[in-house]
Design a protein around this ligand. Structure first.
Ligand code: AMP
Length: 402
């Protein structure tokens, strides 16, 4: 069975085609600048040269058509006809409280996703355009949706409720949802296999540290708490997002600086975090480079970033009454030995002992970076959200045909 995984944004669409027999990627790529002049399709067929095509792609329906053209192309295609695509899996950012698992797309599922537009106005409408575009191009192919929030639906109310008037939860569903769920779920699963231990016997903290960043406490294999909240703004300091701040700063700044709601929202999401403190970049590599060259603001940004990761790990160790596995993943977590060292060296009291040599190794495989004596196993696990989406889609379609 071949599964096409789609991650549709408002002006972009990323894709991967999987052969589920061996879970290999047949091709991947992205369409950028949808709806603008000169849209770009970058197609990477496995084992063949990359192809780049610039043309006008006015909407997502045309974007999916272009993807199918690429996949079935005489030279750089990887399948002979679109009939070989057996199922499509979509990444959906917000599943609210309705979706606790991945599901096959039905009319009712589409309506629910639309009802959730309010909670993820930047993401869910774009995902919906992706689903409609597949409906148009591949009308008989089953589709599944995999939610970033679903993994966190196991959190207890004591983790997900905010201490504000309860009527706001009842009326508007204001609560912690958490994000990056597909990634936290994937790496925890890989880590358990790596350690040869049942997932439900481990107390894990998973650190998904990329441009966006979140930490999750995983108890008995289930999300117990996570640092992102009702939106992906809460929690860790990020590239351009503030993460946790005193909520009273919002009305205070609005008054003092005469900012509108939309301006303060933009300040916290796009002009804060590492970018704001370092004044150098939102990109961790550039911040570390500047720090190494003696830039004090970059050092302060790095120190604040690390400090906040440590605080969350400590908090979640306390929340679960212990920790036995610590996992780093995503762009920074997988690639920056400097960040991992700075985080781990400050929390040795938890029983974390980093092996410097292992920490310095770069690899695309899951690996342990703690010493043999370390009570807490520290692992680096490359995330693969697309593979988990492909697996869920494959399983749902197979079960439906039984
Ligand atoms: P992601 O959002 O998961 O793609 O991660 C993007 C982030 O990973 C950016 O801030 C990059 O600077 C960071 N990153 C990638 N490679 C490295 C590296 N070798 N050292 C530090 N940060 C890195």
């Amino acid at each position: 069975m071949k599964v096409l995984v789609i991650n549709a944004g408002s002006s972009s669409l990323k894709y991967q085609l999987y052969n589920m027999t061996d879970e290999s990627v047949l091709a991947s790529g992205r369409v950028e600048r949808i709806g603008m002049d000169s849209s770009i399709v970058t197609h990477e067929p496995t084992g063949k040269p990359e192809v780049r095509d610039v043309s006008e792609i006015l909407d997502h329906v045309t974007a999916v058509k272009r993807v199918i053209d690429m996949l079935t192309h005489d030279e750089h295609g990887v399948i002979s006809s679109m009939d070989e695509i057996d199922a499509v899996g979509h990444r959906i950012v917000h599943g609210g409280e309705v979706f606790k698992n991945s599901v096959l797309v039905t009319a009712e599922v589409k309506n629910e996703i639309k009802r959730l537009f309010d909670l993820a106005p930047l993401h869910n409408p774009a995902h919906m355009m992706g689903i409609t575009a597949v409906d148009n191009n591949l009308p008989n192919v089953p589709q599944a949706v995999v939610f970033d929030t679903a993994f966190h639906q196991t959190m207890p109310a004591s983790s997900y409720l905010y201490p504000i008037p309860k009527v706001l939860y009842r009326r508007h569903k204001i609560r912690r949802y958490g994000f990056h769920g597909t990634s936290h779920a994937y790496v925890s699963d890989v880590a358990a296999s790596y350690l040869k231990k049942p997932l439900n016997e481990l107390k894990m903290v998973t650190c998904h540290i990329g441009n966006g960043a979140s930490v999750t406490a995983i108890l008995d294999g289930k999300s117990y708490d996570t640092s992102m909240g009702m939106t992906p703004l809460e929690g860790l300091m990020m590239g351009t997002r503030s993460g946790d701040i005193d909520p009273a700063i919002v009305p205070f700044v609005m008054g003092k600086e005469e900012l509108t709601l939309s301006e303060v929202n933009s300040m916290l999401n796009k002009h804060s975090g590492m970018m704001a403190i370092s004044g150098v970049s939102s990109d961790m590599r550039e911040v570390i480079d500047a720090m190494n060259e003696g830039d004090e603001n970059a050092k302060l940004a790095f120190d604040m970033y690390v400090y906040r990761v440590r605080k969350y790990i400590g908090a979640y160790a306390a929340a679960m009454n212990g920790i036995d596995t610590l996992i780093f993943t995503a762009g920074v977590g997988e690639n920056s030995s400097v960040l991992r060292e700075a985080v781990c060296k400050g929390i040795t009291f938890l029983g974390i002992e980093l092996d410097d040599e292992k920490n310095a190794i770069r690899s695309k495989e899951a690996r342990e970076i703690s010493t043999a004596a370390s009570r807490v196993k520290v692992l680096v696990v490359p995330t693969n959200e697309e593979l988990l989406i492909a697996r869920d889609t494959f399983e749902l379609v197979q079960n439906a045909s039984k």
